[in-house]
Design a binder for this molecule. Structure first.
Ligand SMILES: Cc1cc2nc3c(=O)[nH]c(=O)nc-3n(C[C@H](O)[C@H](O)[C@H](O)COP(=O)(O)OP(=O)(O)OC[C@H]3O[C@@H](n4cnc5c(N)ncnc54)[C@H](O)[C@@H]3O)c2cc1C
Length: 350
């Protein structure tokens, strides 16, 4: 049984990058082609200092049937997955909120805000950063919070650079990422020391003006959706406690740099589902489920470390160190093995 406390699925764009490995995993659910047809195929990622390209990472020679990043808003991805769930006869019961969860013989028992209880063989907490399942499983969530806020904005703008590229600009406050979205919109993500709750077109314009392209500057026409949020880097101490499991943001949260959050979560869910099917349908031993943490926690640890490194490097304060960083990146750009290794990491194929 699938329950969600929200009355309806979220309707905002949030995570807009779907990586190669996620598309490989989702192909088994027969949704990758549908996602690709709705999204924008982007085979390149560049790091830029104004008009100068410091580093180019290309995805089009990756060993996969999906050699690109797919730009598609999270509400569209969720819609495609939900339609597939319905087509297979499943449904999400909502609004249905879990308030507590406890072991119960050879299963678990969950209490809902309605006063009802649900008994099940296993519980999977895919219930986000403030996970109720994680709290009741007694699993720690170790890490910290970044000093900066992140601004996200989906905008209409005049932009003269290619639609086939995600661009990361270093700015005095950290980083600004710009990329095209389907439907003529662009996504801007930026680190800022302080931001209004709903950043305006003027605010986003200023974020782009200083680090963005100088020869043909961007001009924001309007903001479709914007948000500000604090980012944490945290990893659950365990992915399993008895018959309770964690997946997605319940198990790991990190900087949006690199767009790894939703991707890692989807891959957790797919890996855990395979193991649960092996136990529940094919009669494998329960110990198969122990392998889930061994398989997925190191992946999240690496994603937390990688995105932390990208964020730390982007938010270097000292001007001489920034110059050194830029020179180093430019030098690394000449080494194909470095580019390939980064492409493998960002696409989650490694
Ligand atoms: C503003 C914003 C922007 C983001 N941008 C990016 C980005 O650019 N790139 C990126 O990779 N990631 C981004 N993320 C993160 C990305 O959205 C998450 O990684 C992803 O949504 C995690 O999915 P999840 O299902 O694990 O958790 P969530 O999306 O948090 O979903 C948890 C679900 O559990 C339900 N739930 C919670 N508690 C209970 C309960 N007690 N009972 C029943 N149901 C419950 C909630 O209603 C919700 O539907 C962003 C997130 C936000 C908020």
């Amino acid at each position: 049984m699938l329950v969600d406390k929200q009355a309806a699925g979220a309707s905002t764009s949030r995570a807009c990058v779907v990586h190669s490995r996620t598309l490989e995993v989702l192909r088994e659910l027969k949704v990758s082609e549908e996602l690709a047809s709705r999204g924008l195929i982007v085979p390149r990622f560049t790091v830029r200092d104004r008009d100068r390209v410091l580093m180019t990472i290309t995805f089009d020679d990756l060993p996969t049937d999906f050699p690109y990043t797919l730009m598609i808003p999270q509400d569209s991805t969720e819609r495609v997955l939900l339609d597939r769930l319905h087509a297979l006869g499943g449904q999400v019961h909502r609004p249905y909120e879990l308030t507590s969860l406890a072991p119960d013989g050879d299963g678990v028992i969950g209490a809902m805000t309605t006063g009802e209880t649900i008994r099940a063989g296993y519980a999977v907490g895919a219930d986000g950063m403030h996970s109720t399942v994680r709290a009741h499983a007694g699993i720690g969530f170790t890490g910290d919070t970044y000093a900066q806020s992140f601004v996200l904005a989906d905008v209409h703008m005049d932009w003269h650079l290619p639609q086939t590229e995600v661009m990361l600009y270093y700015s005095p406050a950290g980083l600004v990422v710009a990329s095209a979205l389907p439907g003529g919109r662009h996504r801007i993500v930026a680190t800022v020391d302080d931001a209004p709750e709903h950043p305006s077109a003027g605010f986003v314009q200023e974020l782009l003006d200083e680090p963005g392209p100088e020869q043909q500057p961007a001009r924001i026409r309007d903001v479709v959706w914007s948000s500000r949020f604090r980012v944490h880097h945290r990893l659950a101490d365990h992915y399993r406690a008895g018959r309770m499991f964690l997946a997605g943001d319940a198990a790991h949260v990190h900087s949006p740099a690199g767009g790894q959050g939703m991707n890692t979560g989807i891959q957790d869910a797919a890996a855990l589902a395979d193991r649960l099917i092996a136990v529940l349908r094919d009669g494998a031993s329960d110990t198969v489920l122990d392998g889930y943490e061994a398989e997925r926690r190191p992946v999240a640890a690496e994603v937390v470390a990688l995105t932390h490194r990208i964020t730390r490097i982007a938010t270097i304060d000292s001007v001489p160190l920034r110059k050194t960083r830029n020179a180093l990146l430019h030098a690394l750009d000449w080494i194909p093995a470095v580019q390939h290794s980064l492409a493998m990491k960002l696409s989650e194929l490694s």
